[in-house]
Design a protein around this ligand. Structure first.
Ligand SMILES: O=C([O-])C(=O)C[C@H](O)[C@@H](O)C(=O)[O-]
Length: 317
C-alpha cells in the first residue's frame, strides 16, 4: 500500500536528487539479491528524494517481468522508509501493465514508464499505451520521453487531463524547443526531470526551464559528489558547478563516450572501483575495456570524488 498520493510523491521528488540504482548480477549474470539489497541500503542512506528501481541504469531493459518485480520488491524492502521507491514498466502495453501492477503490489510509490521496444509509434499510439498503464495502477506515473516514445506537449496534456496519477515528465531527448513546448503547455500540472545520459552535464541550464531535478546515474558510486553537485545547481552556484564539471564530469564523459552503452557500463565499473561491486552488465551491454576501467579508476582518485579502497589500487580485473 503506497504511503504517498501521486501528488505528494511528485512534491517530494521534484526538489531532491533522484537515485537510479544499478541492478546487481552474479558471475553467471543472474540477479544477486544480497548484493542488490546492500546497494539499496547504502544508496538510500543518503539524502535522496526517491529511488528508481530497474530504470535505465538499473538495466530494466534487460530484465524479465518476473525479475523486474523481484528487483522492485527488494528495493522496497531494503530502502529507508522515508525514501520512496518507484518501479519501471517497459515493453508491450500488456507487459508494461504487468510490470506496473507488480510494482504497485510490491509497495512501489510510483512507476517510470520506459519506451516500448523496437517499433516506431505515432502520438495516438503513445497516448493509448501510456493511458493504459496509467489506468492500470493508482500510484503515480512518470513518462520517459526517449527513443521511440517522444510525447508531444498536447499528448502529455491529454494524458494529464485524463489521468490524475500522471505526475511527471522525464526528458532524455534534449530538444530545447520540444521541452519548452511541453513545459509551457503543461506548466506545474507535472514536475519535470532531466534524464539525458550523465544528467549533471545539463542540470544548470535545464533548471531555467523548470526541470528541477534529474536522474543521477553517477550517484551510484560517487554519492557525496553527486549530492554536492545537485546542491550547487539548486543554489545557482555557477562557479561551483563549473569547477565540478572540470574536475570530474567532463573527463568522465570522455571515458563514457569511448563505447556504446558505456553510460551504464561505466556505473558498474565505478561501483567496482569504490568497493561496492554489483557485478557486470548484461548483454547487449559489455563491461568497460581494461584501459577504460583503469582510466576511470585514476580519474576517481585524482578528482577526489570517492574513497577508493587500497586493495583496489592497481588491481587488474
Ligand atoms: O533511467 C536511468 O537510469 C536514467 O535516466 C539515468 C540516466 O541515464 C541519466 O540521467 C544519467 O546517466 O545520469
Amino acid at each position: 500500500m503506497a504511503q504517498f498520493s501521486p501528488h505528494e510523491l511528485a512534491d517530494r521528488l521534484k526538489d531532491g536528487l533522484l537515485s537510479f540504482p544499478a541492478t546487481a548480477f552474479d558471475a553467471q549474470g543472474e540477479l544477486a539479491e544480497t548484493t542488490y539489497r546492500d546497494h539499496i541500503e547504502w544508496q538510500s542512506g543518503f539524502d535522496v528524494a526517491g529511488l528508481f528501481a530497474a530504470g535505465g541504469t538499473g538495466e530494466g531493459f534487460s530484465l524479465t517481468p518476473e525479475e523486474n518485480a523481484l528487483v522492485t520488491e527488494w528495493a522496497v524492502g531494503s530502502t529507508r522508509p522515508e525514501v520512496p521507491v518507484l518501479g519501471s514498466a517497459s515493453g508491450s502495453t500488456k507487459q508494461a501493465i504487468r510490470c506496473a501492477r507488480a510494482a504497485e503490489q510490491a509497495g512501489a510509490e510510483g512507476i517510470l514508464l520506459l519506451p516500448p521496444y523496437l517499433t516506431e509509434c505515432d502520438q495516438d499510439g503513445l497516448l493509448e499505451h501510456a493511458s493504459a498503464v496509467c489506468s492500470a495502477v493508482n500510484i503515480g506515473v512518470i513518462v520517459y520521453n526517449r527513443a521511440n516514445a517522444i510525447y508531444s506537449a498536447e499528448t502529455i496534456a491529454r494524458l494529464a487531463e485524463k489521468h490524475p496519477n500522471l505526475v511527471g515528465f522525464k526528458d532524455a531527448l534534449g530538444d530545447i524547443e520540444h521541452l519548452a513546448r511541453v513545459t509551457a503547455v503543461n506548466g506545474d500540472r507535472l514536475f519535470y526531470l532531466g534524464g539525458l545520459p550523465t544528467a549533471e552535464t545539463y542540470a544548470l541550464p535545464l533548471l531555467q526551464m523548470g526541470v528541477s531535478t534529474y536522474s543521477s546515474a553517477m550517484f551510484n558510486f560517487v554519492p557525496d559528489f553527486a549530492l554536492e553537485f545537485y546542491a550547487d545547481v539548486r543554489r545557482l552556484d555557477h562557479a561551483a558547478v563549473q569547477e565540478k564539471l572540470h574536475r570530474f564530469v567532463l573527463p568522465y564523459l570522455d571515458i563514457r563516450d569511448r563505447g556504446k552503452g558505456y553510460g551504464v557500463s561505466i556505473i558498474k565499473a565505478g561501483l567496482r572501483i569504490v568497493g561496492h561491486d554489483c557485478g557486470s552488465v548484461r548483454p547487449p551491454l559489455h563491461d568497460l575495456r581494461e584501459q577504460d576501467y583503469h582510466d576511470l579508476e585514476r580519474l576517481v582518485r585524482a578528482a577526489n570524488v570517492a574513497d577508493v579502497p587500497t586493495t583496489q589500487k592497481g588491481e587488474t580485473r
